[in-house]
Write a protein that binds this ligand. Structure first.
Ligand SMILES: [Zn+2]
Ligand SMILES: [Zn+2]
Ligand SMILES: [Zn+2]
Ligand SMILES: [Zn+2]
Ligand SMILES: [Zn+2]
Ligand SMILES: [Zn+2]
Ligand SMILES: [Zn+2]
Length: 204
């Protein structure tokens, strides 16, 4: 979707080289057999955010185009803002004939948002992310909800109600209140669930 060729799902246990970001540790994505275009499933949300992600403050009123085949010939492939080499997935300003990478577009999108939630340290957007992102609360694939495009994190609107009472009590810790964290286990803990011994990831 959003690409001219048909793409397939791939899983690479060594990590994927993604055309939208530098995080090669994520393993699940879409890949095109015809042109090597590869993108994390998590990063594919940009195709759902095209309306939100169509303007950059430095190019107001210019038509920015999402391109999946690399910088057009005769243009500078480096991002106009941060100078990094763009990959296959990028935004192209047809008016100025220059290119912007996904990270800079995402940053601009976040900095315009005033949706700050006490449970996350980045401003959030209300987006329909389709099935590309999993809700960190219920684990089901996307739909409409709060989305942090930087962290590729999403929480359904209805699931976010658990944040209204972040101090919950667990019978193993009946005398202590527990706090819900979204930024991973604190450094001073062993990052393992005290009850079942599993690694909880960033959400505990
Ligand atoms: Zn990616
Ligand atoms: Zn292709
Ligand atoms: Zn950039
Ligand atoms: Zn422009
Ligand atoms: Zn949910
Ligand atoms: Zn975030
Ligand atoms: Zn557990």
């Amino acid at each position: 979707k959003g690409h001219d060729h048909s793409v397939g799902n791939i899983v690479n246990y060594h990590g994927l080289e993604c055309d939208a970001c530098d995080r090669s540790f994520d393993r699940i994505g879409y890949s095109c057999l015809e042109c090597d275009f590869t993108v994390h499933t998590k990063c594919a949300f940009v195709f759902n955010a095209q309306e939100t992600l169509s303007e950059h403050p430095s190019h107001v009123g210019h038509g920015l185009q999402l391109i999946t085949t690399g910088a057009p010939a005769h243009t500078n492939p480096h991002c106009h803002i941060c100078g990094k080499n763009t990959k296959r997935l990028l935004y192209h300003c047809t008016t100025c004939n220059l290119n912007l990478d996904i990270d800079c577009m995402v940053d601009a999108m976040c900095s315009r948002s005033n949706l700050n939630m006490p449970w996350h340290y980045h401003p959030l957007l209300m987006l329909d992310v389709d099935y590309h992102l999993l809700c960190v609360v219920c684990g089901l694939p996307g739909g409409y909800g709060y989305c942090c495009p930087r962290c590729r994190l999403m929480v359904h609107e209805k699931c976010a109600t658990i944040f209204d009472s972040p101090e919950i009590r667990h019978h193993f810790h009946a005398k202590h209140s527990l706090k819900l964290l979204t930024q991973g286990a604190p450094d001073y803990t062993d990052a393992i669930c005290h009850v079942c011994g599993k690694h909880p990831g960033n959400f505990l």
